[in-house]
Each structure stands twice: as C-alpha cells, then as structure tokens.
Design a protein around this ligand. Sequence first.
Ligand SMILES: C[S@@+](CC[C@H](N)C(=O)[O-])C[C@H]1O[C@@H](n2cnc3c(N)ncnc32)[C@H](O)[C@@H]1O
Length: 263
Amino acid sequence: MEVDRDYATFIEKIKKKTGIDLSLYKEAQMKRRLTSFRDKKNYKNFTAFFDALTKDESLLEEFFDRVTINVSEFYRNPKRWEVLEQKILPQLAKGRSRLKIWSAACSTGEEPYTISIILSRSLKQQSFSILATDLDDQALKQAEKGFYFERSLSDVPKEILRSYFMKNEMGYVIRDDVKKPIQFKKHNLLADSFDGNYDLIICRNVMIYFTEEAKNELYQKFSRALRPGGFLFVGSTEQIFNPSTYGLEAAEPFFYKKNQFLN
Ligand SMILES: C[S@@+](CC[C@H](N)C(=O)[O-])C[C@H]1O[C@@H](n2cnc3c(N)ncnc32)[C@H](O)[C@@H]1O
C-alpha cells in the first residue's frame, strides 16, 4: 500500500508538538476528518496546514476540537446506568468503606456527574472518590464549571434536575455536593501512566476511535489498574470480544469484572 508521506509527516510533527500520537487512532476515520477540516480552511496539503497550526493558536484549538469529539450526555444509554445502580454497585460496595472510581475520557463532565448522582443516592458522600480525566483542556474547563444549557438536559429525569441542579437564567448548575467527590485532571490514555486499585473504571465512547493495537494495550492497562473483583464499564458499541485475555470476565453486557485472583 502506498504511504501518504504528507500525512505521515504531519502525524509525526503533531506528536512532537502536542504529545498526541494520532497514529494510535483509526487511520481512515481520522484522516478523513482532518482532510475535510484542512480543505475547509483552504490548505492544499498537510505540510502547509501544520505550518499554519504552529502560527495560529485559535486554528490549533479548532484542530483539537476535530480530534477530540466531545459529544456526551447525562445518563448516556440509561439502561446501562440502571444496571450499574442495581446490579454492579451492590457487589462493589459489599465490605468496602470507600470506593475509588475513574471516569476516563470524561469530556465535559456529564459522565462523572452522572456517577456522582447515582452513588450519592445509595452511598454516603465521603465513601467514594471519582477521578475524571480527559485529554482536552477546554472540555475539562467546561466540566469543572458544571454548567449546562437546558436543551442538553432534556433526558435527565425532572426529579434529578430538581434535586441535584440549581437553575439560573441561562441554564442549570450542578450542586456543590455532587461536584465535591470529583477531581478533574488532564490525562492522555495513550501516553500517561495509570493509578491503581480502582473499584470501577468507566471508559465509554472513546475506544471506538483507537486502533486495535492501542485498544489491546489499554484493556491490559485498565485491567491492571482495577483491584481484583473491580469492574470496567465500557460504551454500548464497545464490547470486548475476548475479555479473558485481559484477566476480565463479562458480568453484564458492557460490564467486565476483573478476575478475583489476579493482582
Ligand atoms: C465522545 S467523548 C466521550 C465522553 C463520555 N465518556 C461519554 O461516553 O459520554 C470522547 C472523549 O475522549 C477524549 N479523548 C480522545 N482521545 C483521548 C486520549 N488519548 N486520552 C484521553 N481522552 C481522550 C476526547 O477529548 C473526548 O472528550
């Protein structure tokens, strides 16, 4: 197969400049997205496009937006959250005084806030901590604000809106006690190290963008980061076909339990 030198060099330069290795994202998809963005901005090749990115901060930000795709929502795939609340949490909480949770690739915060709301309904607030990470600084800034327009909350049950948000003229702000257990932090899943001993890792709707090799490596790392008996919760198009390879077993659709006997 012919190598596209222009694109390959661009990928190398972006890695040097930003630390983001685009070669670990599915190539056809990423290249299509970036080529259409480059064309829209009227650059005839990736060499010229990279030069422009180094000179124009706002173009670089727009470029990041293209790469990251921040779409998220509260209670995304509601049935899965019911399973978490009714079947997984009771198993996790048994005999534990504190749960350590990681929402990996949390985008603008809807996912970690959903977890925090669900946990606060069944556990005491001091009994869990949530690390919420993403590659994208802008998304994290928005997440930390905890402000959402009404239209993005249309699927949130009215009773939850009333209990866990404060309404202002512009929209809704998440309540401080929902925020308190969450620490937001920048983290690149494909480059940074992972902490360990998690009871629950939630990583949804980002693996679909990665190559098979990158996914394989990530599942290994997630498995190592879980405590024995901990759970990995993945997106609704992201089932793992060979979980035992990673020391995991399918517990419920899209929930994988780390083998009790592994460390
Ligand atoms: C579609 S959103 C998913 C948000 C949320 N998990 C959900 O399911 O609603 C994908 C997120 O993955 C983040 N992302 C992409 N590559 C990443 C990487 N290498 N490390 C960490 N986060 C990454 C993006 O910035 C984006 O916020």
